[in-house]
Design a protein. Structure first.
Length: 400
């Protein structure tokens, strides 16, 4: 198998060293270059061809934003993951990076550019590199490990991390894989796709009163592509769970609102669900629907994570199944893991209409794959046609 090649760009030598260790200690990854700022990065890209770039935002000589502007001008197509300490305080800057073509973002924990807690986000780093870098490498015809292989490594490293905490060891250091871990990875085999389960709904699909969307890795840009093509006359409300940390979803909703023909906002606890409106679940809060005499409303909570996430797609879909039964449309899109799959199956059992993003257009064919195998997906759709499919279903099955 080929390694996914990674370029690091950060003005802190300590951060370049810490992140470099996380990358090089992951089987299937390789750091091929490090840069101190955007100008240095541009110069090194003349001779190096990475599969993905991890980019700091606040740097001397040329910032991350300025690099992304230059990247667009030069038509450089290498995917970029923004990794910065200012991202929480400057969520608008992070959204600007996405608008300029960055694929995704990760925040350095602790709010410091020299945070020793970078190991806390090692799982996110591995997921993003394997997803975006892996997709780019495959398009270049290289053979790399499947996402499940890297997901398995994330679980191994998280297990080691928990042992570190229990033993009171130095958490600034990411423990290397043990001999047993390496043997486990050596014996790893790709998961064989299962034949989809057949679900027989309790009733036929009815008039669509609400649309619910669950999405994760690859979601920010996928939603931008989808939402710009939604029908301006679409009547139904849309509720969206995008796995995203606290502090970003308000800016994310606002960025979508600029390109979408339907109003988009971050959801608020207790607000009545209005037609012709899109609601984005706030980071670190589950979002679900509750029945009210004056009209169904949005409820937010900080209950325990589900499937490792808060917000969780499963929590939203579960409430949709309970309150709407066959009068809803559920959509599951790109993302690692299985969040949303089980409860989309419950929606389907009750007669709801369901769609899943197809493998070819998914950055990570994880959530939609599991949903498809559970029989939850009526139809698989490429991202380029997802808006068209939603528009058509919503129009044909418009409630009165």
């Amino acid at each position: 198998m080929d390694d996914i090649s990674v370029m690091l760009c950060d003005d802190s030598a300590l951060m370049r060293n810490l992140i470099g260790r996380i990358v090089d200690d992951t089987v299937g990854f390789k750091v091929i270059g490090k840069a101190e700022n955007g100008l240095d990065l541009l110069e090194k890209l003349k001779t190096l061809s990475p599969d993905v770039i991890l980019l700091d935002i606040e740097m001397p000589k040329m910032t991350g934003v300025q690099f992304l502007e230059k990247r667009r001008e030069l038509k450089i197509d290498i995917p970029v993951i923004v990794l910065s300490s200012i991202a929480v305080e400057g969520a608008n800057v992070t959204m600007k990076c996405l608008e300029l073509g960055a694929s995704d973002f990760i925040t350095k924990p602790g709010g410091s550019s020299i945070s020793i807690n970078i190991a806390d986000v090692s799982g996110q780093i591995i997921e993003c590199i394997s997803s975006y870098g892996g997709d780019y490498a495959k398009k270049k015809g290289r053979k790399i490990y499947e996402p499940d292989f890297f997901n398995h490594q994330i679980k191994l490293k998280e297990s080691n991390r928990l042992l570190q905490k229990k033993r009171g060891e130095d958490l600034s250091k990411v423990p290397p894989l043990s001999k047993n871990d390496i043997e486990t990875l050596a014996a790893w085999k790709p998961l064989v796709s299962k034949k989809p389960v057949t679900i027989t709904p309790a009733r036929d699909g009815g008039r669509i009163e609400i649309i619910a969307i669950g999405i994760s890795t690859g979601g920010p840009n996928a939603l931008r592509e989808m939402f710009k093509d939604l029908d301006p006359n679409l009547k139904q409300p849309i509720l969206v769970v995008q796995h995203m940390p606290a502090g970003f979803t308000a800016e994310f909703a606002e960025s979508l609102n600029h390109i979408c023909p339907i109003p988009v906002s971050e959801a608020k606890d207790g607000e009545v669900i209005m037609n012709h409106h899109i609601y984005i679940a706030p980071g670190n809060y589950h979002m679900y629907v509750v029945h009210r005499p004056i009209g169904n409303a949005i409820k937010l909570s900080q209950d325990e994570q589900r499937n490792g996430h808060r917000p969780s797609v499963d929590v939203l879909f579960e409430s949709i199944a309970a309150n709407y039964e066959n009068r809803a449309l559920g959509v599951i899109m790109t993302g690692m893991g299985r969040d949303g799959a089980a409860q989309l199956a419950e929606m389907r059992k009750k007669g709801a209409w369901t769609l899943g993003q197809d493998q070819a257009s998914s950055i990570v064919y994880g959530m939609p794959k599991v949903a498809f195998e559970l029989g939850a997906v009526q139809k698989q759709v490429p991202l380029s046609k997802m808006a068209q499919e939603v528009n058509q279903l919503a129009s044909e099955h418009l409630y009165r």
